[in-house]
Design a protein around this ligand. Structure first.
Ligand SMILES: O=C(O)CCC(=O)C(=O)O
Ligand SMILES: [Fe+2]
Length: 154
């Protein structure tokens, strides 16, 4: 079994959302993230079409959860599954709440491309890393998109 971490995010009203960062663009260090958001909206995922600055709003749908692929799954699957870059923009008139549940490897786990994934002779893109080192690296600096994944690249 892995480890679970639950965050409670509160985004107060910001009269001029352009002047603040809700959550800067990043991918989660999890395997999967299960996210409950209220009805306000403000979560954007980065699409892979166009000029690369293609942000798609994730509209809140009553009774639904958002499931995001995280970096650990990208590494374990040797990039078959790609973690999703996302960000949150604050709201000008309403407070927002979200509750992400991060489903993670254990801090003591060593993660790398699974043998099952490489059995056809596929070249590993990632090395074996101690998961707690990966997480430490993520929190060491301000978010910068998917840059953290480079820490695990060969
Ligand atoms: O508030 C959200 O919708 C997402 C928050 C988030 O990306 C995170 O906590 O990692
Ligand atoms: Fe996130």
């Amino acid at each position: 079994m892995g480890s679970i971490r639950t965050n409670l995010n509160y985004y107060p009203i910001c009269p001029d959302p352009k002047l603040t960062v809700g959550v800067g663009r990043h991918s989660d260090v999890s395997t999967l993230t299960i996210l409950l958001q209220d009805e306000i909206g403000g979560l954007y995922v980065r699409g892979n079409q166009g000029d690369g600055d293609n942000w798609i709003h994730v509209p809140p749908i009553k009774g639904s959860l958002v499931i995001n692929v995280g970096d650990a799954l990208q590494i374990l699957s040797n990039s078959r599954y790609k973690s999703v870059e996302h960000r949150v923009i604050a709201n000008g008139t309403k407070n927002r709440i979200s509750v992400p549940i991060f489903v993670n490897p254990k801090p003591t786990d060593i993660i790398g491309p699974l043998v099952e994934v490489l059995q056809n002779g596929e070249k590993p893109i990632y090395k074996q890393v101690l998961y707690s080192d990966y997480v430490k690296h993520f929190f060491r600096k301000a978010h910068d998109g998917k840059k953290t994944v480079e820490f695990a690249e060969i």
